[in-house]
Design a protein around this ligand. Structure first.
Ligand code: 13P
Length: 287
């Protein structure tokens, strides 16, 4: 059964570790992440972007697939199915479809509008026992080949959004999605510290988990980060393993073209990446 992310993140914040959100793209991705979480006895959050939602034939398809896998694979660790960077409309669609958690990313609105829309969703998710992630200060990343710098959120605005009763809060602290550029300045621990001072027990979310050095991840966790999002890194390891298989001509040997064989090394690579992250985040054995 899917669960809200509230309990797992409250425990993570208290226990000073973080739960990984791993974005899913298809059946193989989902299965690899669920199996790894079960094997390591770790709670896990499956992230679905709006684009990936469309790719996987809509939110109800995803809910059916994930619930089916939890049953068929005998998954007993806590699993939250979470909309990543959702619009107000898509947050509602996911709630209707049976997601157990949603993110409303109102960071591109004025703070007043972000507050108004977040507040409405707090009421809705509270009533249904679902978790809600809000965002303050946009998180940069690559768009059309240009890498935008990671913005730093205003701690006072973070407090205003946290006080609405959201479950967890994503705040820009110089992090960006995708690969970090050579000249990246690193995370702003000063901003993170100021945000945690004002928001207290609120589990904080670090987006753009790909490529952040281990020491920075550990420091971020020590300053209140309880959820870390990883997407690109699984894509990169999947692609590298698949490339190797094909370049070695394995798809041309025997039945090597069978998708169950062709995709197997990529699946193993995703598992290895997820394992490495769960160990780094400290969530192993915390289910
Ligand atoms: P990366 O793709 O950089 O790992 O970021 C993932 C993320 O933050 C999803 O919201």
């Amino acid at each position: 059964m899917l669960v809200s992310a509230k309990e797992m993140l409250t425990k993570a914040k208290q226990g000073k570790y973080a739960v990984g959100q791993f974005n899913i793209n298809n059946l193989e991705w989902t299965k690899a992440i669920l199996q790894t979480a079960q094997e390591l006895n770790s709670p896990v959050i499956l992230g679905v972007s709006e684009g990936a939602g469309k790719y996987m034939c809509g939110y109800t398809t995803i809910v059916g697939m994930v619930n089916g896998m939890i049953n068929e694979l005998g998954i007993t660790v806590p699993v939250a199915l979470h909309l990543d960077h959702g619009s107000y409309e898509h947050a509602k669609k996911c709630i209707e479809a049976g997601f157990s958690s949603v993110m409303f990313d109102g960071s591109h609105y004025s703070i007043e509008e972000n507050i108004a829309k977040t507040k409405e969703l707090v009421e809705l998710t509270d009533k249904l026992g679902l978790s809600l992630e809000a965002e303050v200060g946009s998180i940069g990343g690559e768009e059309d080949g240009v890498i935008g710098a990671g913005e730093c959120a205003d701690p006072a605005e973070c407090k205003m959004i946290a006080d609405l009763g959201v479950t967890m809060l994503a705040a820009g602290i110089g992090n960006i999605h995708g690969k970090y550029p050579e000249n990246w300045a690193g995370l702003s621990f000063e901003t993170l510290d100021a945000i945690q001072q004002l928001t207290g027990d609120m589990p904080l979310v670090l987006h753009g988990g790909t490529g952040i050095p281990a020491d920075m991840i550990k420091k971020a966790i020590s300053l209140g980060v309880s959820k870390i999002n990883v997407n690109t890194e699984c894509q990169l390891s999947f692609a590298a393993a698949t490339r190797k298989y094909v370049e070695e001509g394995k798809d041309l040997q025997g039945k090597g073209f069978d998708p169950r064989k062709l995709l197997a090394p990529g699946v193993e690579a995703i598992k290895a990446t997820v394992k490495e992250k769960m160990e780094l985040f400290g969530s192993v054995g915390k289910a």
